[in-house]
Design a protein around this ligand. Structure first.
Ligand code: HEM
Length: 455
């Protein structure tokens, strides 16, 4: 009896060291089983890393949503209104109109962007100290930042809470640490609908009020807030885990901080995979052609690692020398194929916020650091004028992180499987395009034009 108890105890105590990795592998297999294996991974067996840039930039690699089962999953996670989300709109007049407004809203002078980011950081950091989760700390900050970009006035408390609540919900669902809560998200859409008249630039003509609200909701109050919060959580966690880099970044010039940001995004790109659906055949070489209707899955982490002898080492100095321009580094996508419209603004704002944090605190952390950041970045913030004794907090964080990993990986398996299954059941993208085809046939009954279905 004693031996059995000891064995059970030993197995339980060892769970954090082997269970999470096995559960993650199982989750990947379950997702593949439900989703099928429609995608062509790039780089992969068919198209190597040498084809990555040319394929991504190919004029036939332009389909965004229609025709990929994967789109049903993204639309599910980004609801409500994924059909108006800029990232998932097909090329055409609506996309052009929406992209123009985004560019106008993001065309802020550098000094203004820095000043706005500093002001938002000042408010978000006012009472922060001790153990925090970096992503949670950052979301209200970027909620206010995005609000001011769109409305050009200070963000009311009600709006900040709605925006941060929506972004946290999307982010947690994407990582499968929680189910999506559409009620929470729809409250933000309702707020935007009531306030459309206050947006500081004219919104695209020809859209209904609800479509305009969905567009803003998707680009500025989901993507912008989620991406900036995730990117900052990665950056601050990297600084917390590398004290020598933190000190150099605090005392050094902006060039070094930019290198740290670039290396953080190389190692932890926010996009795991970006997909495109081919709208024509693409000849890779004399023997290989990728047919129209294929789903290309561009793997950012694999591309960023390719060609490096030590891809896992965090080394901001990679971006110091002349070799930097030869690195595979596309944290904001590729210029020729719908790159991120915040490509210029995001690093400026991130740098300003990083400076505010480094001026105020010493950061320490002992937790694991992975690209998906499911633990939201636990970190100790010690104000610079307080005694710095991180030892006990770091020991506590290390143990807590290990054990949280066990239950979190199990939760991700169950919740992720449910959401992937539910998204396949709802087929939001596929049904949307079936609906528009039916509308067209109704409007032009004689038309013999036929289209491929989504999956
Ligand atoms: C550090 C922060 C950010 C990173 C690393 C990032 C990264 C990216 C990447 C890689 C893409 C292209 C994906 C693809 O090729 O499919 C993208 C697209 C996009 N991003 Fe960002 N992003 C960030 C912040 C933002 C912000 C602040 C906004 C604000 C509006 C934004 C809005 C968008 C939109 C609308 C698209 C779709 C572009 C299009 O299809 O025309 N992003 N982002």
């Amino acid at each position: 009896m004693l031996i059995i108890s000891l064995v059970v105890l030993a197995v339980l105590a060892s769970l954090p060291w082997w269970l999470p990795a096995r559960v993650v592998a199982l989750r990947v297999r379950v997702f593949e089983r439900i989703n099928g294996d429609e995608g062509i991974p790039v780089p992969g067996d068919l198209a190597g890393v040498e084809h990555f840039g040319a394929l991504y930039a190919h004029p036939a690699a332009t389909g965004r949503s229609r025709g990929a089962a994967l789109s049903d999953l993204f639309w599910y996670w980004l609801s409500p209104g994924p059909e108006m989300h800029q990232e998932h709109l097909e090329a055409g007049d609506t996309y052009d109109a929406v992209a123009r407004v985004t560019r106008r809203l993001l065309a802020v002078r550098r000094t203004e962007a820095e000043e706005l980011a500093r002001r938002c950081a000042g408010r978000a950091l006012r009472d922060a100290r001790g153990l925090v989760r970096l992503r949670d700390l950052m979301m209200p900050l970027w909620a206010e930042f995005s609000y001011e970009l769109v409305f050009a006035e200070p963000c009311p408390r009600e709006a900040r809470d709605l925006i941060a609540g929506n972004a946290a919900d999307v982010s947690s669902a994407l990582k499968c640490t929680s189910l999506r809560h559409l009620g929470r998200r729809k409250r933000l859409t309702a707020y935007l609908l009531r306030n459309l008249h206050r947006v500081r630039v004219p919104l695209p003509e020809g859209l209904t009020a609800r479509e305009k609200a969905y567009y803003l909701h998707g680009a500025f109050f989901t993507t912008a807030v989620v991406q900036l919060s995730e990117a900052m959580a990665h950056l601050l966690l990297v600084l917390a885990r590398h004290p020598e880099v933190q000190e150099r970044a605090r005392t050094g010039d902006d060039r070094y901080l930019d290198q740290v940001i670039a290396e953080t995004m190389r190692l932890y790109p926010l996009f795991g995979i970006a997909h495109r659906i081919t709208t024509g055949d693409i000849a890779l070489d004399e023997r290989t052609t990728i047919p129209a209707g294929s789903v290309l899955c561009f793997n950012y982490p694999a591309f960023h690692r390719a060609g490096l002898a030590d891809p896992d080492r965090f080394d901001p100095d990679r971006f110091a020398g002349p070799g930097a321009k030869d690195l595979n580094h596309i944290p904001f996508g590729v210029a020729a194929n719908r790159p991120c419209p915040a490509w210029r603004l995001a690093p400026i704002a991130m740098r300003a916020v990083a400076r505010e944090v480094l001026d105020r605190y010493v950061l320490d952390s002992s937790v694991s650091h992975t690209r998906s950041l499911p633990h939201r970045g636990p970190c100790l913030l010690t104000p610079r004028d307080a005694p710095h004794r991180p030892g006990p907090a770091l020991a506590y964080l290390r143990v807590r992180d290990r054990w949280e990993d066990v239950w979190r990986s199990l939760a991700q398996l169950v919740l992720g499987t449910y959401m992937v299954w539910d998204a396949r059941r709802l087929r939001l993208c596929e049904r949307h395009f079936e609906g528009s085809e039916a509308e067209k046939r109704h409007a032009h009954p004689g038309s013999t034009h036929s289209t491929r279905h989504c999956s």
